[in-house]
Design a protein around this ligand. Structure first.
Ligand code: AKB
Length: 331
């Protein structure tokens, strides 16, 4: 392992004297490639190591260090952290809400055992640890509009249960062992450069691809299903800003973040401004029951107050940016 990593820590640190060395698990999912890009610009290419159990496309290998890492292999994780002098672990490996329900044992392994492993490694080697949480960490008993940071959490998906577990375990390790654990509860994330990966909010990304190909989008949610959402650039900026915030500014370790809330009907209207003959039909499936238990509007006032979170993309600017990114891909 590691043959492809050519830098030494000192070389990386010459250009970026205060840069942490970061390992991103599950980095071939929706967020990892983008986060590695943003972090490499800030911390230096060699200081941000992507990892996954899947094989990356060639361009990913060309853009910076990539390693095989299985989050279920504790010894392997320890080895990577020691060999590559990791300071910060960003743990993205997880099965999302819809796919998790289809393979509960695997979701428990990846989302719960995987978290145990990264917590142990982070504690042992004094790493900063980021594990994302989600709007899915709330459930039918939580207030839905708005949903504050601290309230009833009784999710009814394995994804939600595993994310509450991650939040609580991370906070426990923080209080018990002083671990610098941080978590953001992300809403649905919309991005142009990857396809959706088994979530309940996937439709909000698929509608763009459908509009630009078949001009026909069959939505698996009811037209009036309101969910919190964020454009990927906001998600990545929130994550880096949050990780760079001094511990003294954080009044808690797990924060809600969001940018907008919309329904399938509302995003369809916005996309039709670019593709007027787009046809949208609605056939709710098993994902409707999941969405019906989730927040409609997310209250992220603590993130805004404590570390200055401010979104840049709302529904119209997100749609414009998605269209600008995707139109050239389909022409
Ligand atoms: C999902 O739909 O499962 C995710 C999420 C909101 O956490 N996108």
């Amino acid at each position: 392992a590691g043959a492809k990593i050519t830098c030494s820590r000192s070389r990386g640190y010459q250009d970026f004297p205060d840069a942490p060395r970061v390992l991103i698990t599950g980095s071939l999912g929706q967020l990892g490639i983008g986060l590695a890009k943003v972090m490499r610009e800030r911390y230096g290419r060699e200081n941000v190591i992507m990892s996954d159990i899947n094989k990356p496309a060639r361009h990913i290998l060309e853009n910076g260090p990539f390693l095989f890492a299985d989050v279920l292999d504790l010894r392997g994780l320890r080895e990577l952290v020691v060999n590559y002098e990791i300071d910060c672990l960003v743990h993205f490996s997880a099965l999302l809400s819809a796919i998790g329900e289809q393979n509960i044992p695997l979701a428990m392994q990846v989302n719960i055992e995987g978290v145990h492993n990264v917590l142990e490694v982070a504690k042992q080697f004094g790493l900063k640890l980021f594990i994302p949480s989600t709007i899915g960490a709330f459930g039918p008993d939580s207030p839905r509009n708005p949903t504050p940071d601290v309230t009833i959490q009784r999710p009814r998906t394995i994804y939600g249960v595993s994310k509450v577990h991650a939040e609580l375990m991370g906070e426990y390790y923080h209080h018990r062992f002083g671990l610098d654990f941080r978590s953001l509860r992300y809403p649905g994330v919309i991005s142009a450069d990857t396809m959706p990966g088994g979530g309940t909010t996937d439709y909000a990304q698929m509608i763009f691809h459908d509009a630009l190909t078949t001009k026909q989008h069959d939505c698996y949610l009811r037209p009036d299903t309101r969910l919190p959402m964020m454009f990927i650039d906001d998600v990545l900026r929130a994550t880096v800003d949050f990780l760079e915030t001094g511990s003294d500014k954080l009044s808690m370790r797990t924060y809600n973040v969001t940018a907008m809330s919309f329904t399938p009907e509302e995003i369809a209207e916005e996309v039709k401004k670019y593709v007027p003959d787009l046809e949208v039909t609605y056939q709710p499936d098993h994902r409707q029951a999941i969405a019906d238990q989730w927040p409609e509007v997310f209250d992220d006032c603590n993130a805004r107050q404590d570390w200055g979170w401010k979104h840049r993309y709302d529904l119209p600017t997100m749609c414009e940016t998605m269209m600008n990114a995707l139109v050239p891909q389909y022409n």
